[in-house]
Design a protein around this ligand. Sequence first.
Ligand code: ATP
Length: 573
Amino acid sequence: MKTVLRIFSYLGKYPKLATAQLFCAVIMTLMLLAFPIMTGVVSNEVIDRGNIEKLPQYILIVIAAFFTRDFFNFLRILINNTFEQKAVFDLRSELYDKLQRLRLKWFDERRTGDVMTRVAEDVPQMERILIDGIEQGLVAFLQILIVSAFLFTCSPLLALAALSPLPLLMLGAWLYTRHAANRYRMARKATGAMNAMLHDNIAGIRQIKSYAAEDEEHTSFNQASAKVSDANMQVMKAWAVYSPSMSFFNSIGYALVLGVGAWQIHNGHLDRAVLLQFFTIIWALYEPLGRLHQLNQMSQSSKAAAERVFTILDEENEIHATEGAELPTPVRGHVQLKQLDFSYSEQPTLHQISLEAQPGQTIALVGSTGAGKSTIVNLLCRFYEYDQGSITIDGTELNTIAKPSLRSAIGYVTQEAFLFNGPVRENLQLAKRDATDEEMWIALQAANANGFVEALPEGLDSVVGERGIKLSGGEKQRLSIARALLKNPPILLLDEATASVDSETELLIQQALDRLMENRTAFVIAHRLSTIRNADRIYVLDHGRVIESGTHEALLASNGKYASLSKQAFLEE
Ligand SMILES: Nc1ncnc2c1ncn2[C@@H]1O[C@H](COP(=O)(O)OP(=O)(O)OP(=O)(O)O)[C@@H](O)[C@H]1O
């Protein structure tokens, strides 16, 4: 119930629309009474008393009432849809905003396809209760109230007969509702899992093809898909029992009204016209009951979807997502890590890391795979919160700085250059929203990327494809270097790409990187010997600890881990 009430709290944002809907619903429902009332009048005035001249005006009144009802229904549908679109938009926007502020750890533990299902499918699903809650629920509820009141004024005994199936209907609804939420939860979960698999497989379509794993993946997909079908079948089986049972209980009401009405007429306690009126309006009592059952079903489904959406909305934001200390400007770029400990889970990943970069220095991080180099960079970006120790930038403790302030001072060039599926221009403007074409060309030139961008069919407006699929590895790297140059941050984090490119491209990339590192503090997860040689200081990591540090020459001379690493292939020139 708490979840349903929370969904309804979204109504509060649009009180005018909600009131307008209510108004339309009341008018519409009142107009329903015109026909049975006029039937009674026609029966008395025209049929019994013979006032035939009044018939045309009575018929006109009936037509006018039907017109008014349908006109207000038209208005209600319009208002309802406006409301629906606004509410779905708001919620999706709130959810997206939240997603962007969640801790990275949260994403590490989730499947992208499932998160997408929550935004794209669960939001509209949960909104159905808002939309139909008003459209169906409100109208149905009003209709039941108004029609019942009318029936009681006509004949209390017949009205009681008409309403007698109500306890059975309520019992049925309660029985259905008790387990429905769980059935819907299973269905939403299965859909999320299937979409997660679909997302994974499409992202990895090259791997699937290259390993000729199409058939196996198809089988796995079918298994996930069958779970969705099974879960939906459970939902529909319960509905198949519930819906006709409720319809049967309604029908008992008709039989009772007929029996009690005929019996009363026989005993002279009831006018025939009243029984006639009952049969013209009684459908308007049972029809909304049917809608309330559908609404019950919908509210269970909405509830299950809403739980998945609210789980995200209730997650804690990453710390200092928007507020916190500001870095004193201009940022000089003095970065210091002192006795830093960190773990992703129970296993400790970094132990007692201490290192320092003076403003403008290049620091190379080297070490075998899994040693913790990327983790240090992740912590400098504050993608994760460190457990113990300290990181300072120009003397300000990193874990007190507001993320926008921190991240505007840091440029991060990842090993695999990630480009969004849009034009070159938009990919560059990610670094500087108001960058002019001239600024972009200067950055592209410095990154040795101007040549190939000029050669693209639409220059800056050429679309690069998903993850930059339409560009070569070397081109993507240079574009991401241009992006970092455009941002011009005082501190640079660089994870050098290991993928080999031809020597000409290598030279172009090396020049671009040299320009990028110039005049700023740079932490480089270095794979190229040239970068390492030029570094002011090299820190060698092993199993999450700094085991050596110094210049290239000094470290070679000490003949330790660095010397042995430098003989291995990953420190290639
Ligand atoms: N998001 C994560 N969640 C849990 N553990 C992680 C995560 N990222 C890395 N690790 C673990 O932390 C350890 C250090 O990983 P890290 O990526 O920092 O190493 P690295 O030195 O950059 O290695 P490589 O050169 O292979 O990229 C590894 O044991 C790794 O399995």
